[in-house]
Design a protein around this ligand. Structure first.
Ligand code: SF4
Ligand code: SF4
Ligand code: SF4
Length: 203
């Protein structure tokens, strides 16, 4: 059964842009459900989203908090491919895998998958990413697809992290144990005993 947090999360645009002051849409949904945040903190969602959140929570709708940003028509990222140096920083920043490219090769935005979150703009060292008007509006279906891409990406990154951690642990386990003071002393004792036996045989 869907929880209140699920319901609120479903009403959010799923860009994961962080303008609400939370680390993505679901943490903001959780904060609203807990009574820690008001309904007017999502600039991409704008008045429509505020109204839907207020209705679900049975709270008054308020104007968008200007401290969070401004609501504007849907825009998407565009990469000036001639100036891209292929550093991959934008790919690492994109929460929904909407950028294609490889190290030292030109990068490009998959228009249909871009949520307009702008998270790729700041990391670009050569300022070759700009936000341009999209020729469509952001829909609830777009938001659902974006959430799936976000979750898939997180699952992939977690699996990679776990694999790296496992590899590091196995490498450590396979290393010869470092000599501890006691093993060092044992070794010195055995050498001393062997020398004593050799001396005894010679005498
Ligand atoms: S889309 Fe709205 S709720 Fe989601 S992270 Fe951005 S501001 Fe927060
Ligand atoms: S391409 Fe840029 S603006 Fe578009 S979703 Fe990815 S990070 Fe956000
Ligand atoms: S961050 Fe900028 S320069 Fe680096 S790959 Fe992306 S678009 Fe190209």
């Amino acid at each position: 059964m869907a929880s209140l947090v699920d319901d609120l999360d479903t009403l959010l645009p799923q860009t994961q842009c962080g303008q609400c002051g939370f680390d993505g849409c679901r943490p903001y949904a959780q904060a609203m459900a807990d009574g820690r945040a008001d309904v007017n903190r999502c600039p991409p969602g704008g008045p429509q989203t505020i109204a839907a959140l207020a209705q679900r929570l049975d709270r008054p709708a308020r104007p968008l908090d200007p401290a969070c940003g401004v609501h504007q028509p849907f825009r998407i990222a565009l990469i000036d491919e001639e100036h891209c140096i292929g550093c991959t920083l934008c790919i690492q920043a994109c929460p929904v895998d909407a950028i294609l490219g490889a190290n030292q090769s030109m990068h490009t935005v998959i228009e249909a998958d871009c949520t307009g979150c702008e998270l790729c703009v700041a990391p670009c060292p050569v300022d070759c990413i700009t936000m341009v008007p999209a020729d469509r509006d952001w829909t609830r279906a777009d938001a659902q697809a974006a959430r799936q891409r976000y979750q898939s990406r997180n699952a992939r990154l977690s699996a990679r992290h776990a694999e790296s951690a496992g590899l590091a642990a196995r490498t450590l386990a396979n290393k010869p144990a470092l000599a501890t003071p006691s093993t060092t002393h044992d070794k010195q004792d055995r050498i001393a005993q062997a020398l004593a036996r050799a001396r005894a045989r010679r005498s």
